[in-house]
Design a protein around this ligand. Structure first.
Ligand code: ATP
Ligand code: LTN
Length: 328
């Protein structure tokens, strides 16, 4: 079977280096080897309150960042989820196969609903739509950060359940999670995930932050008690987190980072970390600027939606038929 990779990043905020390290860089890494489907899950973004103008802008922004980071529209299919109605339709079918009990165990729902008094039902059923996103394209591999592992497991359970009940219809996908950078933590607090919806802007570095802002954010990043640049998540979570970021952006192993900064304090390390990140982001930011105002971007998304719809419909029709729904 052909290897097919699929993933998406929600347009729920400005993209930070956590999403880049956990997800986006993997899209680029695998697109030569796999048939790639990279989409913007805008239907997932509206499960929490959103500003329509911001959503519109962010959806194009995330698409431009995919391409600026190296996703190639000639090799991969890049599209907006809401432009392919089959997602919503298979999402409903998936809801009929997912159990209330298993949905209730999803930690992302617990985190996102905690303390809120108006929680949409869509936030609760969100993982069924995610299962549809993946299964529609018969994806074999799904590159994500560690926080999405539970959703992937649910997707696998739903796919197996459906195949057992109605006959072989869906490919059961594998998560692809990198060893280094699976969970980038906040710069202000190494016990919580770097997240674009965190109100504290100095907890993350955005892909579009200027060099001056990046330097400032890293210089303020929290560190641990002793002064050694040593990789040890138990004793030194803050520094270990920064070392992972260095390793990914500087294309070196963790051991090499340790060796490079042996005998040097946190100050020198954080200064160089900022420069390594700035250097990696410079060409991406340049490409982004050229794309974001262009019609080229909308043309790519339109063509992507056309290709994706064609592919999605094959699976949607097969699933409907298997369940006993009439397809003419
Ligand atoms: P939100 O806080 O709005 O839920 P987010 O910052 O968690 O957003 P997502 O759009 O949910 O970002 O994530 C996009 C992809 O990036 C997912 O595959 C997710 O696992 C990955 N990702 C996000 N944050 C991190 C992180 N801090 N470390 C590693 N991977 C991450
Ligand atoms: N739930 C993911 C975003 C997402 C996704 C997907 C990722 C929606 N559909 C399909 C991979 C495959 C998140 O919150 N980051």
């Amino acid at each position: 079977m052909a290897k097919r990779i699929l993933s998406g990043i929600k347009p729920s905020g400005d993209l930070n280096i956590g999403g880049y390290v956990g997800a986006l860089r993997q899209f680029v890494m695998y697109q030569n080897e796999y048939d790639g489907f990279f989409f913007i899950p805008d239907l997932h973004a509206i499960t929490v309150p959103q500003d329509p103008k911001e959503l519109r802008e962010r959806s194009r922004q995330i698409a431009a960042l995919y391409i600026a980071a190296g996703c190639d529209p000639d090799k991969s299919t890049i599209f907006l989820q809401s432009q392919v109605p089959a997602h919503a339709e298979l999402g409903w079918l998936m809801e009929t196969q997912a159990y209330f009990g298993e949905m209730s165990r999803m930690t992302q729902f617990k985190d996102k609903s905690e303390g809120k008094d108006a929680v949409s039902t869509a936030l609760f059923t969100y993982p069924a739509l995610m299962a549809a996103d993946i299964l529609l394209y018969q994806a074999t591999h799904v590159p994500v950060g560690e926080d999405q592992k539970q959703h992937l497991e649910l997707t696998r359970d739903i796919a197996n359940r459906f195949n057992n009940r109605f006959g072989q219809t869906f490919t059961v996908p594998e998560p692809v999670i990198q060893e280094v950078g699976a969970r980038v933590m906040g710069l202000d607090d190494p016990s919580s995930k770097m997240s674009k919806s965190n109100p504290n802007t100095s907890s993350y570095v955005l892909l579009l932050d200027t060099p001056a802002v990046i330097r400032k954010k890293f210089s303020r990043a929290v560190t641990d008690s002793d002064m050694a640049v040593r990789y040890d998540w138990e004793a030194k979570p803050a520094v270990s987190n920064l070392m992972e970021i260095y390793s990914v952006f500087g294309d070196v192993t963790i051991a090499e980072v340790e060796r490079r900064f042996e005998g040097q304090g946190y100050g020198a390390f954080k200064k160089e970390l900022a420069e390594v990140v700035i250097a990696k982001l410079a060409p991406l930011q340049e490409k982004y600027e050229a794309l974001i105002g262009s019609d080229e971007l909308d043309r790519i998304l339109k063509e992507g939606a056309r290709k994706a719809s064609e592919e999605a419909h094959k699976t949607l029709d097969a699933a409907k038929r298997a369940m006993g729904l009439l397809v003419y």
